[in-house]
Design a protein around this ligand. Structure first.
Ligand SMILES: Nc1ncnc2c1ncn2[C@@H]1O[C@H](COP(=O)(O)OP(=O)(O)O)[C@@H](O)[C@H]1O
Ligand SMILES: [Mg+2]
Length: 203
């Protein structure tokens, strides 16, 4: 480190090359199971999360790279279309990529709740539930549901899950949802909400 020549805080070119050769960040030496790249737009979340996922996959690990950013450019970085289910990245054994798309998450959430309804439920009752589940809060909670499933110990059999998150405000909202919704559920005794009939939450 003491060999680095700084110019306005930025290391000079020759020393950048030396640093890249010799310094491996701690999160690559002993990576945690979940790795989150967060921060404001444009700070390098997508670049670093992709580089990290590629490095870990190259070392023989099974990796899932997840985008929670609606405006993600991961598809351009990896040359693969982003989907709501893990998609293998061509040319990189062990690496799959997944985009948590809020609208697709909400639609599969609606399908799950509707699928749990009594077979004898009328079309009107189904339409009512579908209507209850058409708002922004359903979309939000459905995205969180998919996100939280990835935090489970055995999620998909991946060695590491790398998150390329949306800019800070959106991500803080995502992480604070359990607290926000616990309060809502405790104070709501109507038995139904934008989450659907509460029985739907037990799935
Ligand atoms: N470590 C870095 N050094 C210099 N430029 C970088 C670095 N990481 C990313 N960039 C550049 O900064 C821009 C934004 O990077 P990106 O990874 O898309 O940020 P984010 O996902 O946080 O919005 C891109 O043009 C990228 O090439
Ligand atoms: Mg990005």
């Amino acid at each position: 480190m003491d060999k680095l020549v700084h110019c306005g805080g930025i290391p000079s070119h020759e020393n950048v090359a030396e640093r890249i050769d010799t310094e491996v960040p701690g999160f690559l030496v002993a990576p945690t199971r979940h790795l989150f790249f967060t921060g404001k737009g444009g700070v390098g979340k997508t670049s670093l999360s992709t580089a990290t996922a590629l490095t870990l996959a190259d070392s023989g690990k099974k990796i899932l790279l997840v985008s929670t950013d609606a405006a993600s450019n991961l598809d351009e970085m990896l040359g693969v279309e982003l989907r709501n289910s893990p998609t293998p990245v061509p040319g990189v054994p062990g690496l799959s990529v997944l985009n948590i798309d809020p609208d697709s998450a909400a639609e599969s959430y609606r399908q799950r709740v509707l699928g749990q309804m009594d077979a004898g439920a009328s079309e009107t009752e189904r339409a009512t539930v579908r209507e209850q589940l058409s708002g922004a809060c359903t979309t939000e909670i459905a995205s969180f549901d998919e996100f939280a499933a990835l935090l489970a110990d055995d999620a998909g059999g991946y060695d590491h899950i790398v998150f390329d998150t949306a800019p800070t405000g959106h991500t803080l909202r995502l992480l604070s949802l359990p607290q926000a919704w616990s309060g809502f559920l405790a104070g709501n005794d109507r038995g139904a909400s934008c989450l659907g009939p509460h029985s739907g939450l037990k799935m």
